[in-house]
Design a protein around this ligand. Structure first.
Ligand SMILES: *Cc1c(COP(=O)(O)O)cnc(C)c1O
Length: 347
């Protein structure tokens, strides 16, 4: 079969959620961010596993994503939407009981007019300048809005993966200034914010990447293995080239394995001549360009040809692969393509 296998360890995801939950006080709730198809790992299976593991609140990017999570979980758990209440979302928010995090005066007006009495939260901008109500607007609307009973006031840190960045304390101070005179539940920390310490935890944390084994949660258990089947092997003489553009030239008699998987599967072309594949603990360099469906690998130093080579495995996690491509683990995970055969491990 020329289809790669992506193995997703749901128990590891649950263990990571519990580990992040233990980093905060008993009175601090830990939600689970499952946007972008649970960072590429499959939102229905992941959300159900996390709910079984104890998660009661989930965050998604859009109302459409919230629909998929509600269908997976059924009634009960809270599903909150970072992008808030957009025009066209009202029926989804009502029908599937989603909780929009309102980001602007437009959204606040839309929500209170269309769905009075329906749950909502408010996202505040404390300095990232991406989503959320800013201080001046907040001052103007807070008295009315607080009477309508928001379930959560939240904001998002721009530099939480850099503990020494002065922006963290500045955003923390701004969040206090905007919310201290309310007694509403508050949330500031995603994965990085949890690791910054208790003053960032407030009432609820919202980890995403840490659940899926990515930095900055360096104590995370890896959650994915990606095995690419070897389709063909060949001997290449010294001086011959491999792949598009002939960018790799054999400097010794070599054995090249061609494996299934390419940039159409999220194995970025930037990995050309840079990444490593693994036969168990033995590294084998990726040689030549990554093409759409195929990758070529130097297996000269192996004894025989293995049935498959791993590109994500215990020896090489998502952040290692991201480093080779000049990106971040988030992008590797969310880019994992639809062609893989997905296997879920669950006790
Ligand atoms: C994506 C996101 C999160 C989760 O962030 P991680 O860094 O993956 O833990 C939390 N809050 C908001 C607003 C987000 O956009």
């Amino acid at each position: 079969m020329a289809t790669a296998t992506l193995t997703i360890d749901l128990d590891a995801i649950i263990a990571n959620w519990r580990a992040l939950d233990r980093l905060t006080g008993a009175e601090v709730q830990t939600a689970a961010v499952v946007k972008a198809d649970a960072y590429g790992l499959g939102v229905a299976r992941v959300a159900r596993a996390l709910a079984k593991g104890g998660a009661r609140r989930f965050f998604v990017a859009s109302a459409e994503e919230g629909v998929a999570v509600r269908q997976a979980l059924g009634p009960g758990p809270q599903i909150a939407v970072f992008s808030g209440h957009m025009s066209g979302d009202t029926e989804m928010i009502r029908g599937l009981d989603l909780t929009p995090m309102l980001n602007s005066l437009d959204q606040i007006t839309r929500h209170l007019e269309a769905l009075p009495g329906h749950a909502f939260g408010v996202q505040l901008d404390t300095g990232m300048n991406r989503l959320g109500v800013e201080m001046a607007e907040w001052r103007a609307v807070a008295p009315i809005l607080i009477k309508a009973g928001p379930e959560l006031l939240m904001s998002h840190l721009a530099c939480a993966d850099t503990p020494d960045a002065p922006e963290n304390e500045a955003q923390l101070a701004e969040f206090h200034a905007m919310t201290d005179d309310t007694d509403l539940p508050r949330s500031l920390a995603a994965t990085g914010g949890i690791l910054l310490g208790p003053e960032y935890h407030f009432d609820l944390t919202r980890p995403g990447i840490g659940l899926y084994g990515g930095l900055p949660f360096d104590a995370a258990r890896p959650t994915v293995r990606l095995s690419l089947p070897v389709i063909q092997t060949r001997e290449v003489a010294t001086g011959e080239t491999v792949g598009y553009g002939g960018t790799w030239i054999a400097t010794r008699p070599s054995v090249i394995a061609t494996v299934a998987g390419g940039y159409a599967d999220g194995l970025l072309r930037a990995l050309s001549n840079r990444a490593t594949l693994w036969d168990g603990d033995t590294p084998c360099p990726l040689v030549g360009r990554v093409s759409m469906d195929l990758i070529t690998v130097d297996i000269t130093d192996l004894v025989g040809a293995p049935p498959s080579l791993d590109i994500l495995c215990p020896a090489q996690g998502v952040d290692d692969l991201a480093d080779a491509a000049g990106t971040i683990g988030y992008e590797i995970l969310t880019g994992l393509g639809p062609r893989y055969q997905r296997r879920y491990l669950e006790r």
